[in-house]
Unconditional design. Structure first.
Ligand SMILES: O=c1ccn([C@@H]2O[C@H](COP(=O)(O)O)[C@@H](O)[C@H]2O)c(=O)[nH]1
Length: 609
């Protein structure tokens, strides 16, 4: 773990359900290679994961089992290690490649920008070759400008110990927000392509594995399941998904399941299968599959207490040389980026989903009531031209909570990692302007009627239920380690002494989390929020008849520009890109937030309490 990582807290643990074939699964890492430095439950880093995988691989080899590692994309954007480096990603690829990953694919975040898609082409694909799979993703080769598959469409291989013959695919959901150097083929079209139809007819297979940056409950996975199952009525199919940032497990049928393993290096998904066809030995016929394979899943909290326990190692025997090197590598990257630089002290916790909106503990209330209006008031449009403004941002651009105490460069990028700036349309009729936010939040059916596709699928998906985590600091784990097993006797429904955290309920029940936690509240938040600055006053909620000037500026995060202009068009005001301008020229939203923190929470070289 990183030197400043908090010690994990002992807690009752469920055992790893080892099988013939076993998997470790990460997804939506979003640059959290260093782990969580303010949350003991997720405080292990990528170096620890490397050590952990090595121990599990050794055990699998010793017992004649197989272990495969999977990553299903969105490795970038969401943490200062990626987002604050110049160029972005300077450290990421070198850190990521130290883990041996057997099957890997792209997420949507790798593709928002041309440079990050090229980063996959130049780094991740060759670093993990031949394990990177791109079943429905093409790139304009940056060297030749020709459109080609980013990586092989599928991979067929046989596991080392059990001789299980696997056909693997790697998909991305039907994402449309990519830069124009990549092409994503819709899943429903890809499954009709000759190469896919041919691949799934293969009878020399024991298992089909579909990895994807795809919600396990999405239409895309339903299509893939139905198509493969129609071609192969009996073959076991194992799906690995992601994108929703949740722990989830879906049972398609008695031979096909899907797992999703959370987000931000909080979770290492463990999946196992028994009862698959195997090669008994090279001289004997294949041992055939039991009538039904059995599948098991466990979501591991990524901290050293869990990792030591599941690998049967301790503080001394756990770290491997490569794991330790990577931990040091991450620490040096953090140092060289000055991530501990203090901007101010947050006076209280501010939550993304652990408080409702509006609420004094909601990060979005802080943004709409304080940070946004205070910031907008300093613009030249307000200061020099006396113009009122409605400022709208997408909640999806705010990625993590603020904890009471030090607000550092690290914090700034965890909360707001993206490069977007604020833009604006000037002098919009106020009675139109006040109707934009309701349309962005609730207008989807109306807009669809008009043939206008308002919300990007991922914005809609984000609104769905998620489980969360963080927890209270407790005494160092060495003192409590011996008590932990005794706590196993506690029933999962008794919350006494349990640490708040993931309490997952999926298709297999409520026993999926390795650590037995007490639950944490989760609140839905709207797609977008707003602040209104009018004649010196600010408010976040506006009745249509509120006293506003006849015309007002609409300020918005540039990520939602397309939808703001669509909403205005729907409301009868046709503005084009040429009608928009930067509101704070040259400054990203993240910079504006940091300036606010320095001004209002700054401590002039002092430390936080
Ligand atoms: O430049 C960007 C890119 C993305 N966003 C927000 O993120 C979500 C998608 O994130 P997932 O992790 O894939 O769910 C997107 O809908 C935007 O809300 C952004 O604000 N700026």
């Amino acid at each position: 773990a990183q030197p400043s990582a908090p010690s994990p807290i002992p807690a009752p643990l469920r055992p790893l359900p080892w099988g013939q074939l076993n998997f470790l699964h990460t997804t939506d890492i979003h640059g959290w290679w260093g782990g969580h430095l303010q949350e003991p439950s997720y405080s292990a880093d990528w170096g620890d994961y490397i050590s952990f995988a090595k121990h599990l691989r050794d055990r699998a080899d010793a017992e004649g089992r197989d272990l495969l590692l999977i990553d299903t994309g969105d490795r970038i954007e969401g943490n200062a290690i990626y987002d604050s480096s110049k160029p972005r990603g300077k450290f990421t690829y070198e850190i990521a490649k130290e883990q041996h990953i057997d099957l890997i694919c792209s997420g949507n975040h790798e593709l928002y920008k041309q440079e990050s898609a090229d980063g996959e082409f130049y780094h991740t694909v060759p670093d993990f070759s031949p394990n990177y799979i791109a079943s429905n993703l093409d790139i304009y080769n940056p060297k030749t400008a020709r459109l080609e598959a980013l990586a092989p469409r599928f991979k067929k291989f046989t596991t080392e110990n059990q001789g299980i013959r696997i056909l693997a695919f790697g998909f991305l959901f039907d994402f449309t927000g990519n830069a124009n150097n990549t092409v994503i083929h819709k899943v429903k079209d890809t499954v009709q392509e000759g190469w896919f139809q041919h691949a799934i007819q293969d009878k020399e297979l024991d298992l089909i594995v579909v990895i994807g940056h795809v919600d396990v409950r999405s239409d895309e996975y339903a299509t893939l399941y139905a198509t493969i199952r129609a071609a192969q009525p009996d073959i076991p199919i194992q799906f690995f998904g992601g994108h929703r940032h949740i722990r989830d497990y879906r049972i398609f049928d008695d031979k096909s399941v899907a797992i999703a393993s959370g987000r931000y290096m909080e979770t290492i998904g463990f999946m196992s299968i028994n009862g698959l066809n195997t090669r008994s030995s090279s001289h004997h016929p294949r041992k055939s599959q039991e009538p039904k394979p059995t599948f098991s899943r466990l979501y591991i909290d990524n901290n050293l207490y869990s990792l030591h326990h599941h690998s049967a190692k301790n503080l001394t025997t756990f770290p491997t040389p490569n794991g330790l090197n990577v931990t040091t590598q991450i620490n040096s990257a953090r140092h060289s980026l000055h991530l501990n630089r203090l901007y101010g002290c947050a006076p209280r916790d501010l939550w993304v989903n652990r408080a409702p909106y509006p609420h004094p503990s909601s990060i979005f209330s802080w943004l709409s009531d304080s940070m946004l209006p205070d910031t907008v008031k300093t613009s030249s449009r307000v200061q020099e031209s006396g113009k009122s403004a409605i400022a709208i941002i997408n909640t999806g651009g705010i990625r993590f909570d603020i904890f009471k105490g030090a607000f550092t460069k690290d914090t700034a990028f965890l909360v707001s990692p993206f490069t977007s700036r604020l833009r604006y349309v000037k002098d919009v009729p106020s009675q139109v302007a006040v109707r934009v936010l309701p349309l962005l939040n609730h207008g989807e059916p109306m807009m669809k009627e008009q043939g206008i596709d308002l919300a990007p699928p991922e914005v809609v998906a984000r609104k769905l239920r998620r489980q969360f985590f963080p927890e209270l600091l407790r005494p160092a784990f060495s003192k409590l380690e011996s008590n932990a097993q005794a706590q196993l006797a506690l029933s999962a429904t008794e919350h006494h002494n349990l640490i708040p955290g993931y309490t997952t309920h999926d298709d297999a029940g409520t026993d999926g989390d390795d650590t037995i936690h007490s639950p944490i509240d989760f609140f839905e938040v709207p797609n977008c929020i707003q602040a209104v600055v009018s004649q010196g006053d600010s408010k976040s909620d506006l009745a249509e008849d509120a006293s506003l000037p006849t015309h007002i500026d609409i300020v918005y995060n540039e990520f939602i520009e397309k939808w703001v202009l669509m909403a205005l068009r729907y409301l009868g005001e046709s503005y084009k890109l040429e009608d928009t301008e930067e509101y704070f020229p040259g400054k990203s939203f993240t910079q504006l937030m940091v300036e606010w923190v320095e001004k209002y929470w700054g401590v002039d070289g002092e430390e936080c309490e």
